[in-house]
Ligand binder design. Structure first.
Ligand code: NAD
Length: 477
């Protein structure tokens, strides 16, 4: 059912009623689609999305560049490739994910057949952040459609070029009673959160995650919260220093440090601290250039997204300096370009803002350690991180850190790339998130697992009163 004429889009309606109209249309169309939105139909929608992304690749690159000078190669690798990979992976596995699964009977329900049937949750809301503005708006949509849902997407207002492109791409690809986009800021998000969605998939800060969960409670909508936090990194005494430096520099400075799973700060063992610091400096020079002039010219160094965040990140450096932090590399800023040099800080103390806040910028605090117990205590004293990275050749340290800490994910001798593994659940724990995305985990986030128990020749009547020896024997199992 398309409630609009062919040349109309969700965005062509008067604004005030548009959100409610589209929501209502999605609810109604969803009821009609139930039972007919089969695997083939879902895959057809995913193919449409894929074709639109491929067709508009140059525009996606241009929009991300206009928003924060995001390098073209990074747009392809981190905005486009993950969605295309998610679509291919989903198409390959959707049949088995959608399969109705038999459940074995037990004594009390002998004579019945039991099955678990995944069903679409219904009308879903996807709220996206600005730091991967294309991928985090449309990536979750792949799972939502695969599970048979409709969706309303609200991209971030902080990356307006990409937001407009997402809206346009969706409007030309989908009927608004299946997928629609509403651009805007907190006011629009608040209006959307007033509606009784069946599921809310939110990516953003823990602070706003709490607002989303509170709003979801009004209609008891289920939530997936993909949040943030500080992801600690440990470089152990037997680490391959060069490899650690390369991985940490890429994970930290790609997207200008504006990555939810970027290594936030590094604990490096005292024995290799000097070598590690030198390796990181050398790697930054090799990849981005030795000087701010060179770094501003390289096409591979992104910028801070806007003035507000530029001021926040510059403020973090100033605060650390004023409290005795030592800038061992970088520290230069240029407000005209929202440029902050790749910055290394040592002499870090607990009273500095860099020790408390998620950095979300190209600042890497490096803290020497001697005793891993103290590092683990410090990690456990803070909210559970989204990712935790360990570099070490030995298994003992790695296993000990994994066993004694809690985090959304752990990367061993690498950073960030676990995001690209479609068979791993991607998500946080408590403050860093609830639920998971990607592959089958994304499909499950947008599905309800419906239990169906079917009586054929059961003895369930023996459970009814007057209670006989059967019930007494059963409950004493
Ligand atoms: P944010 O929480 O400020 O905003 C996210 C979205 O929520 C935006 O669309 C915004 O318009 C909306 N929003 C803002 N305030 C709102 C309110 N009061 N009510 C309703 N909606 C509101 O986050 P951000 O600054 O866009 O992104 C950065 C944060 O996102 C970081 O904490 C980062 O770690 C996290 N993040 C997490 C992941 C992940 O996968 N776990 C990925 C990317 C970013």
């Amino acid at each position: 059912m398309n409630i609009y004429a062919e040349n109309e889009t969700a965005n062509a309606l008067p604004f005030v009623s548009r959100i409610e109209d589209v929501f209502k249309a999605q609810c109604e169309a969803g009821l009609i689609r139930r039972g007919t939105f089969d695997r083939k139909a879902r895959i057809a929608q995913l193919d449409r999305l894929k074709a639109a992304i491929l067709r508009r690749e140059d525009e996606i690159i241009a929009a991300c560049f206009a928003d924060f000078k995001k390098p073209a190669a990074e747009v392809k690798l981190t905005e486009i490739f993950p969605i295309l990979q998610e679509i291919s992976h989903t198409k390959r596995h959707l049949k088995s994910w959608m399969k109705v699964k038999r459940a074995m009977p037990t004594l009390g329900v002998l004579g019945t057949t039991a099955r678990i049937q995944p069903e679409a949750k219904g009308v879903c809301l996807i709220i996206a952040p600005w730091n991967y503005p294309f991928q985090l708006a449309l990536g979750p949509l792949v799972s939502a459609l695969a599970a048979g849902n409709s969706a309303i997407i609200k991209p971030s207002e902080e990356t307006p070029h990409t937001s407009a492109l997402v809206a346009d791409l969706v409007a030309e690809t989908f009927s608004p009673d299946l997928v629609a986009v509403f651009e805007g800021d907190v006011a629009v998000a608040t209006q959307l959160l007033d509606l009784p969605f069946d599921h809310i998939f939110f990516t953003g800060s823990p602070q706003v995650g709490k607002i989303v969960m509170t709003a979801a409670a009004k209609s008891l909508a289920s939530v997936t919260l993909e949040l943030g936090g500080k992801s600690p990194t440990i470089v152990g005494p037997t680490a391959n220093v060069k490899k650690a430096a390369r991985n940490i520099v890429w994970g930290k400075f790609a997207n200008n440090g504006q990555t939810c799973i970027a290594p936030d700060h590094v604990f490096v063992h005292r024995d290799i601290a000097l070598k590690f610091n030198d390796a990181v400096k050398k790697e930054i020079g090799r990849v981005f250039g030795e000087t701010p002039e060179a770094q501003k010219l390289t096409p591979d160094y992104c910028r801070i997204v806007n003035d507000r965040h530029f001021n926040r990140v510059s403020g973090l450096i100033e605060d650390a300096k004023s409290k005795g932090g030592k800038i061992t590399l970088g520290g230069q800023v240029d407000a005209a370009q929202n440029y902050v040099a790749p910055t290394l800080i040592s002499n870090v103390t607990a009273d500095m803002e860099i020790s408390r806040e998620e950095l979300f910028g190209p600042i890497l605090p490096i803290i020497e350690y001697e005793d891993i117990d103290k590092v683990i205590q410090q990690i456990n004293a803070n909210p559970k991180p989204l990712a935790l990275y360990i570099f070490d050749k030995g298994k003992t340290l790695v296993d000990e850190v994994i066993a004694r800490t809690s985090s959304g994910a752990v990367g061993v001798n690498l950073t960030v790339v676990h995001f690209l593994h479609p068979n791993l659940p991607f998500g946080g724990v408590n403050n860093s998130g609830i639920g998971a995305a990607h592959g089958v985990y994304g499909f499950r986030a947008f599905s309800h697992e419906k239990s169906i128990l079917h009586d054929k020749h059961s003895i369930t009547h023996m459970l009814f009163p007057p209670y006989t020896g059967f019930v007494k024997r059963l409950i004493n199992i």
